[in-house]
Design a protein around this ligand. Structure first.
Ligand code: 6PG
Length: 234
């Protein structure tokens, strides 16, 4: 089922999403025998959400964290999505290293392709929750309009060379992996995203608007601020 929720502004959105994530994680911990599996996104909205996560450190320590995409740079680079999440909440809650399934940083493998293969080998059969930011061009994770990676369905992780959003070298989950989740939540703020949001929800071709191709098995939720929802039909 596809659902849309609109929050007044960016701050209200970040608060609402942080609350939703906490509630979902706690529910999963109560009802499931295994630890919840959460796929994190990069991007500025995500950074704000992570900073607002509160609650019991034990809750956050008992989650397996994966990433939908990563910038393929040195592990210490401030461009890393991994570092953003560590600084915003993983460090704060002292999440143990074995729960943090970060994508490989540059230089650990001979090539990006090898790094992608190694990350794919570490992925589970199914995720509980995938979070995705959306770019003004409709990209999600590091799957960009017109890029060949959009069509890769026989692998879970791909390398990207020339990302239009810097930095250019990246690793990304494919639709095959992103859509293997019970719930998938888009988190989008800002007027510059309104066209992409409307096009994705209208079912535009995935090659033009990658966000149109991501969905959860049971739940697909668009969490928007008023500006990002500005071009949706009433
Ligand atoms: O690593 C990244 O850059 C991303 O994961 C990317 O897909 C991001 O989520 C969107 O570009 C939205 O980013 P903003 O929230 O900053 O607009």
């Amino acid at each position: 089922m596809v659902t849309v929720q609109v929050l007044e502004d960016r701050e209200a959105l970040a608060r609402a999403v942080a609350h939703r994530i906490s509630t979902r994680v706690a529910e999963l911990q109560e009802t499931q025998a295994r630890r919840p599996r959460l796929v994190l996104t990069g991007g500025s909205v995500a950074g704000e959400i992570y900073g607002l996560l509160t609650g019991d450190a034990l809750t956050w320590q008992e989650v397996d964290y994966y990433w939908g995409d990563e910038r393929y740079v040195e592990s210490s680079s401030s461009d890393r999505n991994e570092l953003q999440a560590r600084e915003a909440f993983l460090d704060r809650f002292e999440v143990p290293e074995e729960r943090i399934h970060a994508m490989p940083a540059a230089a650990r493998y001979a090539s990006k392709e090898e790094a992608a293969e190694s990350y794919a080998a570490d992925l589970p059969d199914e995720f509980d929750l995938v979070l995705l930011g959306v770019g003004p061009d409709g990209h999600i994770a590091s799957l960009f309009p017109g890029f060949e990676q959009l069509a890769v369905l026989d692998r879970d992780v791909v390398a990207v060379d020339d990302s239009p959003k810097p930095p250019p070298e990246r690793l990304s989950l494919t639709f095959a992996a992103l859509n293997r989740t019970t719930a998938l939540w888009f988190v989008v703020a800002g007027e510059d995203k309104a066209q992409a949001v409307a096009a994705a929800l209208a079912g535009s071709p995935v090659e033009e608007v990658p966000a149109a191709g991501a969905r959860g098995i049971e739940e697909t939720l668009w969490l928007l601020d008023t500006e990002a929802a500005g071009r949706l039909p009433r």
